[in-house]
Design a protein around this ligand. Sequence first.
Ligand SMILES: Nc1ncnc2c1ncn2[C@@H]1O[C@H](COP(=O)(O)OP(=O)(O)OP(=O)(O)O)[C@@H](O)[C@H]1O
Ligand SMILES: [Mg+2]
Length: 332
Amino acid sequence: MELWIAIIALSAVLLAQAVAAVILLFAIRKKQAGRQTPDEPLEKIESVELQDIVYTYNPGTPQAVRALDHVSVSFAPGHIVGIIGHTGSGKSTLVQMLNGLLRPESGRVLLNGKDIWEKPHRIVQVRFRVGLVMQYPDYQRFEETVEKDVSFGPRNMKLPEEEIKERAERALRFVGLDRDVMEKSPFDLSGGQKRRAAIAGVMAMQPDVLVLDEPAAGLDPRGRDIIFEGIRQYRASTGATVLIISHSMEDMASICDDLVVMDHARVLVSGPTNEIFLQPELLAGAGLDIPKVTQLLEMLRQKGVPVSSGIFTVDRAVAELSRLLGRGEGAS
Ligand SMILES: Nc1ncnc2c1ncn2[C@@H]1O[C@H](COP(=O)(O)OP(=O)(O)OP(=O)(O)O)[C@@H](O)[C@H]1O
Ligand SMILES: [Mg+2]
């Protein structure tokens, strides 16, 4: 009898051990499946959203500055979105949230609905998918040739050499830089060329979200045209979402589908470009103007010239005035 009891007890112990081992095995498998390695690429980013972001520089000191004050905004996939606002309104701080360069004090940065700070060890992958050209891109240049500099991102992504080369050449074509520039030192380039090389370096990573902080500031009209054409082409060929910060309402009118207006660390309003530029009083309240050409047409309208409203670009204004002068398309 005692022998039987001992056998049953031993069997029960062995069974319990086997069950525990199986449970442990399942738990380990589940944990491994959920944990991606830092090198594993992220899925393509379709949606980008900031939820209730707060950010303060130098918190807890007399120099504390609240740069983002409960900012919530989302960006339509595949659109070119302009971020406008007076100086110091928080534009650069906002875009540095998107690739994890700055970490919010509170609130969430969502890519495809997932908080980028849920897995901080994967933040480098976020930086490959959300490419940021900083406001002062000269700070980003450090390789000895333009080619090496533009290849830096794709090389960090551990892509094959052949693909790195292809991407670098393609990116330089986007920004209209000739092949002979590739062997030069970035320090020997003109201001405009440096800016274009900086943009190419980020485009070469082929980010799903391309963010450009003042990409054309200080350039002549031709330099600006080249950069904006490159950005348009990049969007057209990749379907990427593009965010641009600029103080030029003319540039924003010509390239942006949507606008986000910042004012004192908050988003004042966001929406389609033509709807935003139809609200001059609102923009004036945020220290901004509507495009000069729109102001001019408005003055003409007030003097009785029958020009249409809602014209924000020079090209459309020329077409409108030609129409009025009887020289437009279809004029008899
Ligand atoms: N590194 C920093 N340390 C302390 N304060 C900062 C820092 N960077 C920005 N700020 C402050 O945070 C606020 C928002 O700055 P941010 O650079 O985001 O504005 P911005 O809209 O990009 O301005 P600009 O149009 O001049 O580029 C400003 O008051 C600015 O002085
Ligand atoms: Mg800025």
